[in-house]
Design a protein around this ligand. Structure first.
Ligand SMILES: [Zn+2]
Length: 285
């Protein structure tokens, strides 16, 4: 179905990725682990369990300090008496929480969240002095408590320092617009709405390669590589706009096809932690 739909529309133009000169060391951390039935992940999935792993990305920018992309669950999520961990775990497939703040030393100046689900933005609560960079529509979504949508705003809802991002620059790779966070090409925010209303992917351009953090635009590698959408019920119940979610997948797929050197980091792909080094080892420099 997805491929038929793809064939009926022209694919976007793809531009090559360029390595950033301004970025320092990049790290990847595991912030959660769990499993969900295959039918949650794939249209033809069954009862077999699929591994889910949650990831955070940490960049030490020479001029702008420490930047976190998707801080994961907040540290309060470790206590099921104070946090709806069981229900949220069922909704997202994550049961084991490893707060990012416990894995870091040193202040975080900037937080980016691909989207407002608790397993991605929740950890913002552990970095109260950081500036959150987010699309305003997604912030409003992240304030509306919803078990079904895995939104738990109370740990971070009073967060003061916010920068509402606009995709204020032209096309970038297969995407129609982008936002260059620091103006040096090192951190590029890209619109991938569909899973949620203002879902954003983040391209990290390090000197030795580029990493595209796609959040839950793709949970698993198969989602963007084939491409194939999430399970039928998942799309109906969890996704804000399934058609827009398909377009985001097609764009990621087209980019990866055109640029084999691009590291596409699906939001919960279990194999990433075997294929890439984890904090404290650097992912990129
Ligand atoms: Zn997620």
């Amino acid at each position: 179905m997805l491929l038929l739909w793809a064939c009926s529309r022209p694919l976007p133009t793809v531009a090559p990725t360029t390595g950033g000169e301004g970025l320092g060391t990049v790290y990847m951390a595991v912030t959660g682990r769990g499993q969900s039935p295959g039918r949650v992940s794939y249209p033809r999935g069954g009862k077999e369990l699929v591994d889910f792993v949650g990831y955070s990305f940490v960049l030490d920018h020479p001029q702008h300090g420490r930047v976190v992309v998707d801080p994961g669950y907040p540290s309060v999520a470790q206590d099921p008496h104070t946090y709806p961990g069981e229900f949220i775990s069922d909704a997202t497939g994550l049961r084991e929480v490893t707060p990012l703040v416990d894995q870091l030393d040193g202040a975080v100046q900037h937080v980016l969240a691909t989207h407002g689900h608790a397993d991605h933005i929740g950890g913002l609560a552990d970095f109260p002095n950081a500036t959150l960079h987010i699309v305003e529509q997604e912030w409003l979504f992240a304030l509306k408590e919803s078990g079904l949508n895995a939104v738990v705003p109370w740990p971070y809802e009073d967060h003061a320092a916010k920068d509402f991002v606009r995709f204020d620059a032209g096309s970038y790779g297969p995407f129609p617009a982008h936002h260059d966070l620091f103006g040096d090409g090192s951190v590029v925010m890209l619109p991938t709405h569909g899973h949620t209303p203002g879902h954003t992917s983040v391209l990290i351009n390090a000197q030795n390669g580029s990493w595209l953090v796609v959040g839950d635009a793709a949970w698993h590698e198969r989602h963007w590589a084939e491409p194939v959408p999430k399970g039928t019920m998942t799309r109906l119940v969890l996704e804000d706009d399934p058609k827009a979610a398909e377009l985001a997948l097609l764009r990621i797929h087209a980019w990866a096809e055109a640029d084999p050197g691009l590291n596409v980091m699906a939001g919960h792909e279990a194999s990433l932690e075997q294929r890439y080094p984890l904090l404290p080892e650097p992912l990129a420099r």
